[in-house]
Design a protein around this ligand. Structure first.
Ligand code: FPP
Length: 248
């Protein structure tokens, strides 16, 4: 058990021996963070990417098993081309750095989403990152890229139907765990805790199937300001909840 003082001078108590196994984060509020400072939205994304590095490293250091972040949704293509380009540029920068540090960090990296609309260069970087790190044990970081929960479910339903048509699957024997194997997240346990900073109180098409029994933590803090201290608060809130999974 460790005790921290929050900015509001409240005691935050985190039991590092009983962390949630899987934390998922909607990295929201980059645009507002930039606007508050009179900066372009792209500066907010750069600050958000920097904070992702800090939080992902911290999650690995405290022994978290899985961290999943929402970096780019299937709907984010509607943003101005300049903003989309800036986010893709930040991803490229991050992946190049991650590849350079892989042997030291030994974080397993995965990508959830349809990577086919990305540039060949970015796709190749994702593939290389995944390939180099696939045998690492310990922390796994999943980056949701061109990801949408509904899109993921539709793809799974299509692939499953195809397997039925071709005799590889039998609809009478479809259970939750078999269906989960058709999702981008196959093999990864469901998130225990879903965090959304920035004051928005919605899921925005994030891990719709996987978050069925997740605990939610919402805060007004914008993603670039979501510090380790904020993460402690989220974990402490999670540890104070009683999870019944539909039982009593
Ligand atoms: C949501 O904030 C954020 C995004 C759509 C992009 C997130 C991308 C990054 C943090 C950078 C790249 C990621 C990695 C993993 C290196 P918003 O723009 O919707 O903020 P707003 O609601 O305040 O406008």
């Amino acid at each position: 058990m460790a005790f921290f003082k929050s900015k509001e001078d409240r005691q935050v108590q985190v039991d590092f021996d009983h962390l949630p196994r899987h934390i998922a984060i909607i990295m929201d509020g980059n645009g507002r963070w930039a606007k508050k400072r009179g900066l372009p939205r792209t500066a907010g994304h750069a600050a958000g990417a920097e904070n992702f590095r800090t939080i992902a490293t911290y999650c690995k250091d405290i022994g978290l098993d899985y961290l999943t972040v929402y970096a780019f949704s299937t709907e984010n293509w509607k943003r101005p081309a300049e903003e989309v380009g800036a986010i893709m540029g930040l991803l490229k920068k991050y992946l190049l750095e991650a590849i350079g540090r892989m042997e030291r960090d030994r974080v397993k990296m995965e990508f959830f989403g349809d990577l086919s609309p990305l540039t060949p260069e970015l796709r190749e970087l994702c593939e290389r990152t995944r390939e180099i790190s696939k045998h690492y044990e310990g922390c796994q970081v999943n980056i949701c890229l061109n990801y949408g929960g509904r899109d993921e479910l539709l793809r799974a339903a299509r692939a499953y139907a195809q397997d039925c048509l071709e005799g590889r699957a039998d609809p009478n024997h479809l259970g939750e765990s078999q269906f989960s194997d058709y999702l981008f997240s196959r093999g990864v346990p469901d998130p225990d805790l879903v965090i959304r900073p920035s004051g928005e109180l919605r899921l925005s098409n994030f891990l719709l199937w996987q978050s069925a029994y997740a605990e939610f933590y919402f805060t007004d803090v914008l993603w670039p300001d979501f510090s380790k201290e904020e993460l402690h608060k989220a974990i402490a809130a999670f540890q104070g909840r009683s999870r019944r999974f539909g039982g009593v």
